[in-house]
Design a protein around this ligand. Structure first.
Ligand code: F6P
Length: 374
């Protein structure tokens, strides 16, 4: 059980709680199980290039509340790692680094993309344990991921503050919130911040429906509205075009047609990048109300984690250390209700936890007369 050598890395976007999880895992692994801990820098890139530092109680000290990740991060794919301008499959190289460092396990802290990399390495013979991190709350197979609670607080506070200007200037303010292709962060902060309209990717909107909500408010004497827009939100027309683009990729019967279909989807997605600004222009024209946009961006994932994320990250780290000590491999430490469980990476990687359109948060939003754009 004891004296295991364990590698740890953080990958994907930075999120509040990463350092708390490194500390939670590290302190338990070293203090309780006598393991040696090696931190690989900048995600899978550092692992492939064997860039590491030894982590001990000194380096794990004072990081609980610090934002970002002391290990650095990157969005690399192990089988398509860009090195000197060339994409290379580094899976075999990583297996060599793992052996050279005499590792018994690798712990990966990240989201859905990291889970895919972790599974690939597991299949290459490494013992991998994954801890779920993301502000998007979109990791399949777990109720929670650290980072989300903090981002939810930040986005909620932003909506609270935007109300002042919307109300005082009689404006519509659109606030664009992160979350990738899922609407959890926008829906949660929209409800908590009292947004008048909430637009999430899972529920495509029409301008007519949003306008109706805003006009209804105007009739009730409220000449302002705050609209929470997920970065992945889309109108019904774009949603239909996206479905066609996805179908074309699925149906492609040769590598060339697949490549063409992928490129055409890329162009479509690219054309959608500034959709919140387009929506603002459309709403201004439809309602006659002055309309402004605020993009929250990286503010949502920076800085110190809230207490809930610190507790979750520490807890997942400690359970992860126990799992490594027990010889677990190919698993993610998932939460289910108030418990943790080890979920097979095979069941998780490649899947996304979207907001079910009949989720209680959706029902709650409708219940308090929030317009969802449908
Ligand atoms: O996954 C976290 C996240 O912040 C998403 O909400 C967002 O879509 C994405 O990362 C942004 O990625 P990047 O850091 O590469 O700009």
């Amino acid at each position: 059980m004891g004296n295991k050598r364990v590698g740890i890395l953080t990958a994907g976007g930075d999120a509040p709680g990463l350092n708390a999880a490194i500390r939670g895992f590290g302190r338990t692994a070293i203090g309780e199980y006598g393991m040696k801990l090696i931190g690989f820098q900048n995600g899978f890139r550092g692992l492939a290039l064997d860039k590491h530092i030894e982590l001990n109680s000194d380096s794990l000290s004072g990081i609980l509340t610090v934002g970002g990740t002391i290990l650095g991060t990157s969005r690399d794919k192990v089988h398509r790692l860009n090195l000197d301008g060339r994409e290379r499959d580094m899976t075999g190289e990583i297996a060599k680094v793992y052996d050279r460092n005499k590792l018994d396990a690798l712990v990966t802290l990240g989201g859905g993309g990291t889970a895919k990399n972790a599974l690939r390495l597991q299949k290459a013979g490494l013992n991998v344990v994954h801890l779920p991190k993301t502000i998007d709350n979109d990791i399949w197979g777990t109720d929670d991921s650290f980072g989300f609670a903090t981002a939810l607080e930040i986005a909620t506070e932003a909506i609270d503050r935007l109300h002042s200007t919307a109300h005082s200037h009689h404006r519509i303010i659109l606030v664009e919130i992160m979350g990738h292709k899922a609407g959890w962060l926008t829906l949660g902060s929209g409800i908590a911040g009292g947004a008048d309209v909430i637009l999430i990717p899972e529920i495509p909107y029409t301008i007519e429906s949003i306008t109706k909500t805003i006009e209804h408010r105007k009739k009730a004497g409220k000449h302002f509205s705050v609209v929470a827009v997920a970065e992945g939100a889309m109108d019904t027309e774009y949603a239909a075009r996206l479905r066609v683009a996805d179908q074309l990729i699925k149906d492609a019967d040769s590598p060339e047609t697949k490549e063409m279909a992928r490129n055409s989807k890329m162009h479509l997605v690219d054309s959608h990048r500034e959709h919140t600004f387009t929506l603002a222009r459309q709403l201004e024209a439809a309602t006659g109300l002055e309309t402004r946009v605020t993009i929250l961006g990286y503010v949502q994932r920076g800085g110190t984690p809230v207490a809930a994320d610190r507790v979750l990250a520490t807890r997942l780290g400690a359970v992860g250390a126990a799992a490594v000590a027990d010889g677990a491999s190919g698993v993610m430490v998932a939460t289910r209700a108030s418990e943790t469980e080890l979920a097979p990476l095979e069941d998780i990687a490649g899947k996304v936890k979207y907001v079910p359109t009949d989720h209680e948060w959706v029902k709650a939003a409708r219940g308090v007369e929030v317009g969802l754009g449908d």
